[in-house]
Design a protein around this ligand. Structure first.
Ligand code: NAD
Length: 490
């Protein structure tokens, strides 16, 4: 069955060119690339494929707009963000359909992401008017310190495909609030949601050159010269640790400010004193939000040995009951993975775990046919030697591992180079706080399976990243602190 008239209309409405200096333009040479529907493998549309020279033009536009944008009153910057927030809500139905078509997640999840994405704009609209400084007396007296916050300057924003809009507003919101101009490079798998967002920002009153976007299939060749040019002052990246490491090296040359939201390998621990219903519901949320394609996804589920059989039975029942299909269809809970490489990777990780002794409680069979689907899967008895215990599964697969003691499970949870988020289910207050303090992660979900909230500081430790997005600190990533020493005495 082909796309519906509504689907065609929604895709046709999205600008498919680059946005540079306030104008929609073709890529140099007119090159384009195809955006696919992962549920069918069909082409949705073609988008301009930026070249390195287009990237540099976008950065030059951001540089040219920087000083005038820094002078725009904070209230005006807040008003722009608020208007964009409203427009996202006014158009949520069309935007959700667009997101589902390019990314695969069910419509309800896409609506959830757009509301979440919009919330970053509202949150940072508030922060724009609260940028403050200080005035203090030097400890020895006499001199005074004036402390002011200023925008960092032109910023490069690179985002992944798994949350095609929210990972953008989490950066664009604070950048605009702080008075920074930017060049956005969305993932080539899902450029449409970000192109639609840029159009909305423009409509909301973002001045020309303040937000530029350059989708491309050559992210390295396009972005590296911008990073090394010395014209940009900041790189904010969300994506894999592997790519983050490369970008950090590139940023070293001109000593760019960096924010790095990288990969995760979240442990979820269910202690023997947990509320089992709550723990199963929490594990379902932590595993299945975004179909497992989230940096925050529970990647290793440790269940106390006294509960694991019952936990596994209930989780398998819940997972087996989920409806897999095209995200645009009513009643679908789980859409396709992003591409065939993701489908291959998940299948291989499951086969590896099974070859090392894990048992399949449900799922585990890669389906035939069009689209990049994988069934919700629960494995039990997954050992520490399984490949999936060491890296992101990024799919709807829940690996269960039994444990006997608190010390043992905390050591296992921390035995990873990642440190984004951990989840703990227990009704023992002392244990909850003790374990939350000991877990090596930037965030901990205590008796809850979702931690993402625009008003909270999101980010990781160890190789999961640098800096925080959201919360009251999210804007700090786009501000420099300037200190003026003042002599008062004649
Ligand atoms: P990815 O690292 O492959 O790509 C992320 C972005 O970087 C894309 O826009 C891509 O085009 C770009 N990119 C790739 N190579 C580049 C290069 N050499 N130079 C410049 N840009 C380059 O990641 P992905 O597969 O798109 O996204 C999934 C990853 O993102 C997972 O590891 C996930 O955990 C992570 N993620 C982290 C967070 C977080 O907040 N910590 C949130 C969402 C996703």
């Amino acid at each position: 069955m082909g796309p519906s008239a509504l689907e065609e209309k929604v895709v046709a409405a999205v600008p498919t060119q680059l946005h540079i200096g306030g104008r929609w333009v073709d890529a140099e040479g007119g090159a384009t690339f195809d955006v696919l529907d992962p549920a069918t493998g069909d082409v949705l549309c073609a988008v301009a494929d930026a070249t390195p020279s287009d990237g540099m033009k976008a950065l030059d536009a951001a540089v040219a707009a920087q000083s005038s944008f820094a002078a725009v009153p904070p209230q005006r910057r807040a008003d722009i963000l608020t208007r964009a927030f409203e427009l996202l809500h006014e158009r949520i139905d069309d935007l959700a359909l667009l997101m589902t078509l390019e990314m695969g997640k069910p419509l309800a999840d896409s609506r959830g992401e757009i509301a979440y994405a919009a919330e970053f704009l509202r949150h940072f609209a508030g922060e724009a008017t609260r940028i403050s400084g200080g005035y203090q007396t030097a400890p020895a007296g006499g001199a005074r310190f004036l402390i002011a916050r200023q925008p960092v300057g032109p910023s490069l924003l690179i985002t992944p495909w798994n949350f095609p809009m929210a990972m953008g507003t989490r950066k664009i919101g604070p950048a605009i609030a702080a008075g920074c101009t930017s060049v956005i490079k969305p993932a080539h798998q899902t450029p449409l949601s970000m192109l639609a967002l840029v159009e909305i920002l423009h409509e909301a009153g973002v001045p020309d050159g303040v937000v530029n976007i350059v989708p491309t299939t050559a992210p390295g060749p396009v972005m590296e010269p911008l990073i090394r040019s010395g014209k940009a002052r900041k790189l904010s990246f969300t994506g894999s640790t592997q790519v983050g490491r490369i970008l950090l090296e590139q940023c070293a040359e001109k000593v760019l400010r960096t924010s790095m939201e990288l990969g995760g390998n979240a442990p979820l621990i269910v202690f023997e004193d947990a509320d089992l219903d709550e723990a199963v519901a929490g594990a379902m949320a932590a595993k299945m939000r975004n179909m497992g394609e989230a940096c925050t996804a529970a990647n290793r589920i440790y269940v106390h040995e006294s509960l694991i059989d019952e936990f596994g039975r209930r989780m398998a029942e819940r997972m087996a009951g989920l409806v897999v299909g095209h995200g645009t269809e009513d009643g679908v809970d789980v859409g396709p993975l992003i591409d065939d490489a993701a489908q291959d990777k998940v299948s291989e990780l499951v086969a590896d775990a099974v070859s090392r002794g894990a048992r399949v409680l449900t799922g585990g069979e890669r389906p035939d046919g069009a689209g990049f689907f994988y069934p919700p899967t629960v494995l039990t008895g997954v050992g520490a030697d399984a490949r999936m215990a060491h890296g992101e599964i990024f799919g709807p697969v829940a690996p269960l591992t039994p444990f006997a003691s608190e010390d043992e499970v905390v050591a296992a949870a921390n035995a990873t180079e990642y440190g984004l988020v951990s989840y703990v289910f227990t009704n023992d207050l002392r244990r909850a706080l003790r374990v939350a303090e000991t877990l090596e992660s930037g965030m901990v979900g205590l008796n809850q399976g979702v931690v993402s909230n625009p008003a909270a500081p999101f980010g990781g430790v160890k190789e999961s990243g640098l800096g925080r997005e959201g919360g009251s600190v999210g804007i700090d990533e786009f501000l420099e602190t300037k200190y003026v020493g003042i002599a008062l005495a004649h």
